[in-house]
Write a protein that binds this ligand. Structure first.
Ligand SMILES: [Zn+2]
Length: 264
């Protein structure tokens, strides 16, 4: 059985694959963005409807400001590398949700949510830029699409997404929620793989540097995360984003590359 699914995955990989910007890694992409983005927008609206937005105008404005700076950096990077078409259908939005959850994410199409619970770890604007850059990087690297593609191949036999939405709407929604790890209200969050985390760290470092934030703030933020993960209760974000010495070491190793993009 597994061998069969492996075969399907490999076959689908050669039929439809994409390339991650910056790292150049080839990834599975049986699902087009044009079908994922509308699902993303629906789910984002749903999350906003079920959540309470922060009433702190200063903090909300800061999230939107950092978000726009990272957005501009991403758009610039994609333009410089003839990849602007990858941003087709994007409609960026940055919201701050009132919640003790230590969490932040970006759904495909540029829909970002920060939870007030993560702000003390971010500490200041540059720390917000670290998390923003990292989460936006997951979207730009299409990590969710890759996971959703794998899910479609392995669980639904590789049928097209448009077909899956029609014939298996619940399974398709569940796949989306798992692939995008968008919150406990939808069940268990599936952490991104180490490969996806490393990739998001690298892309995030470059995006924050291009946006004018010192990339040296990134290892500092992950140090603060690491300090928290030793506590009695491990917050959401830490379970999906394990911070440890090897992560911090890799960030520092990538620093010279990121600094080439740093605009003071
Ligand atoms: Zn991540």
């Amino acid at each position: 059985m597994h061998r069969f699914f492996y075969f399907l995955t490999v076959a689908a990989f050669f039929v439809s694959c994409a390339t991650v910007p910056i790292t150049g890694r080839k990834q599975l992409a049986v699902v087009p963005n044009s079908q994922i983005i509308p699902m993303s927008f629906d789910n984002y609206q749903q999350v906003l409807k079920e959540s309470k937005l922060s009433s702190n105008a200063t903090q909300t404005a800061l999230i939107k400001k950092v978000g726009k700076n990272i957005q501009s950096a991403v758009e610039q990077y994609m333009k410089d590398n003839n990849l602007s078409s990858e941003l087709a259908g994007y409609s960026w939005e940055f919201n701050l949700i009132e919640s003790e959850q230590v969490n932040a994410w970006c759904m495909p199409g540029g829909k970002v949510a920060f939870y007030t619970g993560i702000l003390p770890i971010c500490k200041e604007e540059a720390g917000i830029a670290v998390v923003m850059g990292h989460e936006v990087a997951h979207a730009i690297a299409s990590h969710g699409r890759e996971r959703m593609s794998q899910g479609l191949v392995q669980q639904l036999g590789g049928i097209a997404l448009s077909e899956a939405i029609k014939t298996k709407p619940e399974e398709t929604q569940a796949l989306f929620h798992t692939a995008y790890a968008i919150g406990t209200q939808y069940g268990a969050m599936l952490p991104y793989s180490r490969l996806h985390e490393t990739e998001a760290d690298k892309l995030g470092l470059i995006f924050m540097a291009m946006a004018g934030y010192d990339p040296h703030e990134a290892p500092k933020l992950w140090e603060r995360m690491k300090a928290l993960s030793g506590g009695a209760s491990v917050p959401e974000f830490m379970s999906t984003h394990p911070s440890n010495d090897s992560r911090i070491k890799e960030l520092n190793e990538y620093m010279p590359e990121a600094l080439k993009y740093y605009k003071k």
